[in-house]
Design a protein around this ligand. Structure first.
Ligand SMILES: O=C(O)c1ccccc1NCC(=O)[C@H](O)[C@H](O)COP(=O)(O)O
Length: 207
Protein backbone atom coordinates (compact mmCIF):
# COMPACT_ATOMS: atom_id res chain seq x y z
CA UNK A 1 0.00 0.00 0.00
CA UNK A 2 1.19 3.49 -0.78
CA UNK A 3 -1.42 6.23 -0.93
CA UNK A 4 -3.21 7.45 2.26
CA UNK A 5 -6.75 7.64 0.82
CA UNK A 6 -6.36 4.22 -0.79
CA UNK A 7 -4.95 2.79 2.44
CA UNK A 8 -8.03 3.98 4.31
CA UNK A 9 -10.41 2.56 1.69
CA UNK A 10 -8.72 -0.85 1.69
CA UNK A 11 -8.54 -0.85 5.48
CA UNK A 12 -12.33 -0.56 5.54
CA UNK A 13 -12.40 -4.08 4.03
CA UNK A 14 -10.52 -5.30 7.11
CA UNK A 15 -7.67 -7.37 5.70
CA UNK A 16 -5.72 -9.11 8.45
CA UNK A 17 -2.44 -7.61 7.27
CA UNK A 18 -1.47 -4.60 5.20
CA UNK A 19 1.98 -4.34 3.63
CA UNK A 20 4.25 -1.33 3.16
CA UNK A 21 7.30 -1.72 0.93
CA UNK A 22 10.46 -0.19 2.38
CA UNK A 23 12.63 -1.03 -0.61
CA UNK A 24 13.47 2.18 -2.44
CA UNK A 25 13.67 0.62 -5.90
CA UNK A 26 10.06 -0.57 -5.77
CA UNK A 27 7.35 1.40 -7.59
CA UNK A 28 5.40 0.78 -4.38
CA UNK A 29 8.06 2.29 -2.13
CA UNK A 30 6.40 3.72 0.95
CA UNK A 31 7.88 6.89 2.36
CA UNK A 32 4.93 8.50 4.08
CA UNK A 33 2.95 8.36 7.27
CA UNK A 34 0.61 5.39 7.71
CA UNK A 35 -2.88 6.65 8.51
CA UNK A 36 -4.59 5.31 11.64
CA UNK A 37 -5.89 1.82 10.88
CA UNK A 38 -8.42 -0.44 12.61
CA UNK A 39 -6.61 -2.25 15.45
CA UNK A 40 -7.19 -5.69 13.95
CA UNK A 41 -5.04 -4.92 10.88
CA UNK A 42 -1.38 -5.78 11.31
CA UNK A 43 0.97 -3.38 9.56
CA UNK A 44 3.74 -5.24 7.77
CA UNK A 45 7.02 -3.64 6.73
CA UNK A 46 8.51 -5.32 3.66
CA UNK A 47 12.31 -5.17 3.47
CA UNK A 48 14.90 -6.37 0.96
CA UNK A 49 18.41 -6.97 2.33
CA UNK A 50 18.03 -4.00 4.68
CA UNK A 51 20.22 -3.36 7.72
CA UNK A 52 18.99 -4.42 11.14
CA UNK A 53 19.14 -0.83 12.37
CA UNK A 54 16.87 0.41 9.59
CA UNK A 55 14.38 -2.44 10.04
CA UNK A 56 14.25 -1.77 13.79
CA UNK A 57 13.87 1.99 13.21
CA UNK A 58 10.98 1.51 10.77
CA UNK A 59 9.24 -0.87 13.16
CA UNK A 60 9.40 1.76 15.86
CA UNK A 61 8.55 4.72 13.63
CA UNK A 62 5.48 3.11 12.03
CA UNK A 63 4.51 0.85 14.93
CA UNK A 64 4.72 -2.20 12.65
CA UNK A 65 3.35 -5.51 13.90
CA UNK A 66 5.25 -7.63 11.37
CA UNK A 67 8.31 -7.54 9.17
CA UNK A 68 8.55 -9.39 5.88
CA UNK A 69 12.12 -10.18 4.84
CA UNK A 70 11.97 -10.35 1.07
CA UNK A 71 15.65 -10.59 0.18
CA UNK A 72 18.52 -12.93 0.88
CA UNK A 73 18.49 -12.39 4.64
CA UNK A 74 20.63 -15.01 6.35
CA UNK A 75 19.93 -17.19 9.37
CA UNK A 76 22.36 -15.01 11.36
CA UNK A 77 20.51 -11.87 10.27
CA UNK A 78 17.15 -13.31 11.38
CA UNK A 79 18.64 -14.41 14.70
CA UNK A 80 20.05 -10.94 15.38
CA UNK A 81 16.87 -9.21 14.23
CA UNK A 82 14.78 -11.35 16.56
CA UNK A 83 16.77 -10.03 19.53
CA UNK A 84 16.33 -6.44 18.35
CA UNK A 85 12.57 -6.37 17.75
CA UNK A 86 9.81 -6.32 20.36
CA UNK A 87 8.67 -9.94 20.99
CA UNK A 88 5.19 -9.29 19.59
CA UNK A 89 6.53 -8.26 16.15
CA UNK A 90 6.08 -11.17 13.74
CA UNK A 91 8.92 -12.15 11.43
CA UNK A 92 7.90 -13.45 8.01
CA UNK A 93 10.77 -14.88 5.97
CA UNK A 94 10.25 -15.06 2.24
CA UNK A 95 11.55 -17.72 -0.12
CA UNK A 96 11.09 -17.45 -3.86
CA UNK A 97 10.31 -20.44 -6.03
CA UNK A 98 10.11 -21.15 -9.75
CA UNK A 99 9.67 -24.84 -10.33
CA UNK A 100 11.67 -26.58 -7.64
CA UNK A 101 12.83 -25.81 -4.12
CA UNK A 102 15.21 -27.33 -1.61
CA UNK A 103 13.07 -27.32 1.54
CA UNK A 104 16.06 -28.28 3.68
CA UNK A 105 17.21 -24.66 3.68
CA UNK A 106 14.16 -23.71 5.75
CA UNK A 107 15.11 -25.74 8.81
CA UNK A 108 17.49 -23.25 10.52
CA UNK A 109 14.98 -20.42 9.98
CA UNK A 110 12.11 -22.27 11.65
CA UNK A 111 12.79 -21.18 15.20
CA UNK A 112 13.65 -17.64 14.13
CA UNK A 113 10.56 -16.66 12.23
CA UNK A 114 6.84 -16.85 12.79
CA UNK A 115 5.85 -17.61 9.23
CA UNK A 116 7.38 -18.44 5.89
CA UNK A 117 6.09 -16.80 2.72
CA UNK A 118 6.44 -18.54 -0.63
CA UNK A 119 6.54 -16.13 -3.56
CA UNK A 120 7.46 -16.51 -7.23
CA UNK A 121 11.05 -15.92 -8.28
CA UNK A 122 11.13 -13.18 -10.89
CA UNK A 123 13.02 -10.17 -12.15
CA UNK A 124 12.16 -8.19 -9.01
CA UNK A 125 12.42 -9.42 -5.42
CA UNK A 126 8.62 -9.26 -5.19
CA UNK A 127 5.49 -7.96 -6.86
CA UNK A 128 6.17 -9.78 -10.14
CA UNK A 129 2.56 -10.80 -10.69
CA UNK A 130 3.34 -14.38 -11.68
CA UNK A 131 2.43 -17.65 -10.01
CA UNK A 132 4.81 -20.53 -9.34
CA UNK A 133 4.06 -24.22 -9.62
CA UNK A 134 2.22 -24.86 -6.34
CA UNK A 135 2.65 -28.62 -6.69
CA UNK A 136 6.22 -27.95 -5.47
CA UNK A 137 4.63 -27.37 -2.06
CA UNK A 138 3.42 -30.98 -1.92
CA UNK A 139 6.89 -31.76 -0.56
CA UNK A 140 6.69 -29.12 2.19
CA UNK A 141 8.11 -30.99 5.17
CA UNK A 142 7.23 -28.62 8.01
CA UNK A 143 4.28 -27.61 10.16
CA UNK A 144 5.39 -23.97 10.18
CA UNK A 145 2.46 -21.98 8.80
CA UNK A 146 3.11 -20.02 5.64
CA UNK A 147 1.72 -17.30 3.42
CA UNK A 148 0.97 -18.33 -0.16
CA UNK A 149 1.96 -15.57 -2.56
CA UNK A 150 2.91 -14.71 -6.12
CA UNK A 151 0.55 -13.60 -8.87
CA UNK A 152 -2.66 -14.38 -7.01
CA UNK A 153 -5.69 -12.59 -8.40
CA UNK A 154 -9.41 -13.33 -8.38
CA UNK A 155 -8.91 -15.71 -11.31
CA UNK A 156 -6.55 -17.84 -9.24
CA UNK A 157 -8.93 -18.09 -6.27
CA UNK A 158 -10.70 -21.30 -7.35
CA UNK A 159 -7.26 -22.94 -7.53
CA UNK A 160 -6.31 -21.36 -4.20
CA UNK A 161 -9.43 -22.87 -2.69
CA UNK A 162 -8.32 -26.29 -3.92
CA UNK A 163 -4.89 -25.99 -2.31
CA UNK A 164 -6.56 -24.87 0.90
CA UNK A 165 -8.32 -28.23 1.04
CA UNK A 166 -4.97 -29.98 1.38
CA UNK A 167 -3.16 -30.46 4.68
CA UNK A 168 -0.64 -27.74 3.90
CA UNK A 169 -0.43 -25.23 6.77
CA UNK A 170 -1.41 -22.22 4.66
CA UNK A 171 -1.96 -19.39 7.08
CA UNK A 172 -2.62 -16.50 4.73
CA UNK A 173 -2.96 -15.46 1.12
CA UNK A 174 -0.77 -12.56 0.07
CA UNK A 175 -2.06 -10.53 -2.86
CA UNK A 176 -0.62 -7.55 -4.62
CA UNK A 177 -0.25 -6.54 -8.28
CA UNK A 178 -3.35 -8.33 -9.57
CA UNK A 179 -5.47 -6.09 -7.33
CA UNK A 180 -3.96 -2.85 -8.60
CA UNK A 181 -4.94 -0.02 -10.92
CA UNK A 182 -1.27 1.00 -10.94
CA UNK A 183 1.64 -0.03 -8.69
CA UNK A 184 0.70 0.77 -5.10
CA UNK A 185 -2.88 1.82 -5.91
CA UNK A 186 -5.33 -0.96 -5.08
CA UNK A 187 -8.69 -1.34 -6.79
CA UNK A 188 -11.39 -1.36 -4.14
CA UNK A 189 -13.67 -3.24 -6.50
CA UNK A 190 -11.13 -6.05 -7.00
CA UNK A 191 -10.20 -6.14 -3.30
CA UNK A 192 -13.90 -6.29 -2.46
CA UNK A 193 -14.17 -9.26 -4.84
CA UNK A 194 -11.82 -11.16 -2.54
CA UNK A 195 -14.31 -10.92 0.32
CA UNK A 196 -16.59 -13.61 -1.11
CA UNK A 197 -13.73 -16.10 -1.09
CA UNK A 198 -12.64 -15.21 2.41
CA UNK A 199 -16.06 -15.65 3.90
CA UNK A 200 -16.22 -19.10 2.23
CA UNK A 201 -13.12 -20.38 3.97
CA UNK A 202 -12.14 -19.66 7.53
CA UNK A 203 -8.76 -21.12 6.69
CA UNK A 204 -7.80 -18.03 4.70
CA UNK A 205 -6.45 -14.93 6.26
CA UNK A 206 -6.29 -12.12 3.73
CA UNK A 207 -3.37 -9.79 3.42
O1 LIG B 1 5.63 -5.40 -4.42
C1 LIG B 1 6.77 -4.97 -4.53
O2 LIG B 1 7.03 -3.97 -5.23
C2 LIG B 1 7.89 -5.63 -3.81
C3 LIG B 1 9.18 -5.23 -4.07
C4 LIG B 1 10.23 -5.80 -3.40
C5 LIG B 1 10.02 -6.80 -2.48
C6 LIG B 1 8.73 -7.24 -2.22
C7 LIG B 1 7.66 -6.66 -2.88
N1 LIG B 1 6.38 -7.14 -2.66
C8 LIG B 1 6.14 -8.10 -1.67
C9 LIG B 1 4.90 -8.85 -1.60
O3 LIG B 1 4.60 -9.37 -0.54
C10 LIG B 1 4.02 -9.15 -2.77
O4 LIG B 1 2.72 -9.15 -2.28
C11 LIG B 1 4.40 -10.52 -3.35
O5 LIG B 1 5.66 -10.41 -3.94
C12 LIG B 1 3.40 -10.96 -4.43
O6 LIG B 1 3.25 -10.00 -5.42
P1 LIG B 1 2.38 -10.30 -6.72
O7 LIG B 1 3.07 -11.36 -7.50
O8 LIG B 1 2.32 -9.00 -7.43
O9 LIG B 1 1.03 -10.74 -6.26
Amino acid sequence: MKYPDNIIEVAALLPDYMGFIFWEKSARYFNGVIPKLPKSIKKVGVFVNESIDIVADKVQLHDLQAVQLHGKESVAFCAELKTRLPKKVEIIKVFSIIDSFDFEILEPFESLCDYFLFDTKGKLPGGNGTTFDWTVLEKYPSTKPFFLSGGIGLEEMPEVNEILKTNLPIYAIDVNSKFEIEPGLKSIQLCGGMQQYISKSNKIKNK
